[in-house]
Design a protein around this ligand. Structure first.
Ligand SMILES: Cc1cc2nc3c(=O)[nH]c(=O)nc-3n(C[C@H](O)[C@H](O)[C@H](O)COP(=O)(O)OP(=O)(O)OC[C@H]3O[C@@H](n4cnc5c(N)ncnc54)[C@H](O)[C@@H]3O)c2cc1C
Length: 344
């Protein structure tokens, strides 16, 4: 068995983020199961801090492609760097985090090397020399476990699906891998990054809690009026106090397209469900959401589920939630926010 390559790119501060550490833990397990060695491959402007961070991981080599050209995500330079590292490492299996940077580039690198790449991998097992990977299909309804004969086999792990590597840092000797870039590699210039302000970013995959807002927030209430602005304030206050991630139902995000009053900070990216996302948070709380199957299927990986709904016969009451509070979400969330504010 040849080597298992753990491939990672550094973050803006030069360190490795949690998704990379999850990939490292998996690479170490795979190597142990196959009786192979781990080789580390790092890509970034300066990889010394990252190499030191994982210096105690037991890798037999720390290969790196470093320099200003490799600071930013760019297909041409990233593909050249990853290809050079894979060839030097003589890797049969490559384990990497499924970040947007790597998901874009590593399938192309697999093609150049005559191998195969699988994305959205959620589990890898290696026993008796055999390697198998698992991922979900058909909108996360079926899990498939599969093997491949082609090598190198690139496995891009879904961030959040694995425990991170827990070892300690140590000095590491980094072996530079030479990559000559031509103007064609640099044809795309990265001029910077634009990201929403921290408060405008409501999707937080690492949050302990998912808060899902349903269309009920925009519906007429007991007084015959809709209270959309009050709903916006209650939800934003709750997110500010808890740093929860914000999800939505399809009905709520679709309302905007129909010219109805909507919560201004929601987009289709917040949509959870069959035609939306399937987030992985330990806990979830839905408010003013009916809990219909096409929505709750997106809660597959949420361990503890609670919902607030006026209707005791809503979908959540039919085995979709662990706890259903039959109550007015406006009143409940106002009280919850007051308690949280007093606590902070
Ligand atoms: C092919 C297909 C794919 C779909 N994919 C998705 C998907 O990916 N994601 C998704 O979300 N949906 C999806 N849907 C739509 C889904 O079936 C539901 O229509 C949708 O989830 C309903 O959204 P809702 O619960 O927000 O709205 P509603 O069904 O309108 O429910 C609003 C709820 O708010 C409650 N409410 C109102 N006021 C209050 C209050 N003051 N306090 C407490 N509760 C209150 C009401 O009792 C009601 O239960 C899909 C449908 C189809 C056919």
């Amino acid at each position: 068995m040849r080597n298992v390559l753990f491939l990672a790119h550094t973050e803006a501060d030069g360190t490795l983020a949690r998704p990379a550490l999850e990939a490292l833990g998996t690479a170490a397990n795979v190597a142990a199961g196959l009786g192979a060695s781990v080789v580390t491959g790092l890509i970034g402007e300066n990889v010394n801090a990252a190499a030191g961070q994982i210096g105690g991981c037991g890798a037999v080599k720390f290969l790196a492609v470093a320099g200003p050209d490799f600071a930013q995500s760019r297909y041409g330079s990233d593909a050249a760097a990853a290809e050079a590292i894979c060839r030097t490492a003589e890797a049969e299996v490559v384990v990497a985090a499924g970040t947007s940077r790597f998901s874009r580039v590593l399938p192309g690198v697999a093609q150049r090397l005559g191998g195969r790449a699988d994305t959205h991998v959620t589990a890898v097992s290696a026993t008796n020399g055999g390697l198998a990977a698992a991922r979900w299909f058909y909108r996360q309804r079926m899990e498939g476990v599969f093997q491949r004969s082609q090598r190198p086999w690139f496995l891009l792990l879904d961030p959040g699906s694995q425990p991170p590597w827990q070892g300690s840092g140590a000095p590491a000797t980094v072996e530079p891998v030479a990559v000559t870039l031509t103007e064609a590699h640099r044809r795309t210039s990265v001029v910077g990054q634009r990201a929403p302000a921290a408060d405008a970013q409501t999707i937080r995959p690492d949050a302990a809690l998912l808060f899902v807002a349903g269309a009920g927030w925009t519906k007429k209430q007991a007084d015959g009026q809709a209270h959309v602005q009050e709903a916006e304030k209650l939800i934003l206050d709750f997110l500010r106090l808890t740093r929860a991630s914000l999800g939505s139902t399809k009905s709520l995000v679709d309302l905007g397209g129909e010219g109805q009053a909507v919560l201004s900070f929601l987009t289709h990216l917040n949509q959870v469900g069959q035609t939306g996302s399937t987030p992985r948070h330990p806990k979830g709380l839905a408010a003013c959401c009916h809990g219909e199957e096409p929505h709750t299927v997106g809660w597959r990986f949420i361990n503890e589920r609670r919902a607030i709904n006026l209707d005791p016969n809503c979908g959540w009451a039919r085995g979709k939630a662990d706890v259903l509070y039959v109550a007015d979400a406006f009143a409940v969330m106002a009280k919850v926010n007051a308690l949280l504010a007093a606590k902070s």
